[in-house]
Design a protein around this ligand. Structure first.
Ligand SMILES: Nc1ncnc2c1ncn2[C@@H]1O[C@H](COP(=O)(O)OP(=O)(O)OP(=O)(O)O)[C@@H](O)[C@H]1O
Ligand SMILES: [Mg+2]
Length: 250
């Protein structure tokens, strides 16, 4: 098992009130699996992802990566934020070099990896451009390959396409899939979008508003690249939409 989330509990204390956001949340994610988490706003998706990343701690429970318990951020887990969080003062090349410098990867190796990553993201020759000089799609590819730079065990993404309009979003989902197919990193991605979850995931987990309770854990058994109009694709979408409707009506 690549990533194990074991009985995680998280309670926030606001104004002397306890808010039990995650109760006994567990999931096991296999190596190379692309897993999405769907769920209504406020159900604790980002909280869970940031606990896995080690940005905040849980009150009880464990996060295990490759059989080792983790509690702080580390290069084994990379994170892609909703707004990409590229450094605006660094060009594309330096953005991608940054985590490798942090990890003190020797210059020769770093430059070789940079070239591989630029090629992977179809950004070859664009390394001198700054984030404001590139398109949304290029920014997204840059953010994903930056996250992959140090070959993390697990790639965590919190609504990586959340800020993107519908048409562009479908193209970017295809690009994200292609990047993932080249690398087959284990992925845990949060999304609001049922179509995105079905298009990209091997497995979709639905969390509900009752302390993040897992309402559904569905394997998407369709060959890639997926045809969004196929019967089985639409059936998966319908099933997941039904689960989400039920948790919104509660
Ligand atoms: N640092 C914090 N302090 C107090 N409460 C918090 C904190 N972070 C999150 N919460 C609360 O925990 C709950 C879950 O928040 P979280 O951001 O994980 O939801 P989410 O599922 O990611 O929602 P969305 O889909 O809107 O991004 C919310 O009620 C939120 O107000
Ligand atoms: Mg969130």
């Amino acid at each position: 098992m690549k990533l194990k989330i074991n009985n995680v509990n998280k309670i926030f204390n606001n104004d002397n009130k306890h808010h039990h956001v995650l109760k006994d949340i567990s999931m096991d994610i296999e190596k190379g699996q692309f897993v999405s988490i769907l769920g209504p706003s406020g159900c604790g998706k980002t909280t869970l992802l940031t606990i896995v990343a080690g940005f905040q701690s849980c009150d009880s429970g464990e996060i295990i990566v490759n059989s080792k318990m983790v509690s702080k951020p580390g290069p084994d887990r990379a994170f892609v934020f909703q707004n990409y969080a590229l450094f605006p003062w660094m060009n594309v090349g330096d953005n991608i070099r940054y985590p490798m410098k942090q990890q003190k990867i020797p210059k020769g190796q770093r430059e070789k990896r940079l070239n591989e990553l630029l090629e992977m993201a179809q950004l070859t020759g664009k390394d001198k451009l700054y984030p404001h000089q590139i398109s949304g799609g290029m920014k997204q590819r840059c953010a994903v390959v930056r996250a992959l730079a140090c070959s993390p065990e697990v790639l965590l993404m919190d609504e990586p396409l959340g800020a993107i309009d519908f048409q562009m979003r479908q193209n970017l989902q295809e690009e994200l899939e292609n990047l993932w197919l080249k690398d087959k990193t284990t992925v845990l991605m949060v999304t609001h979008d049922v179509d995105e979850a079905v298009y990209l995931s091997d497995r979709v987990i639905v969390m509900g508003t009752d302390k993040g309770k897992i309402l559904e854990d569905m394997y998407i058994d369709i060959d890639r690249p997926r045809n969004r109009d196929s019967k089985s694709y639409l059936e998966y979408k319908m099933k997941l939409t039904d689960v989400l409707k039920k948790c919104n009506n509660k």
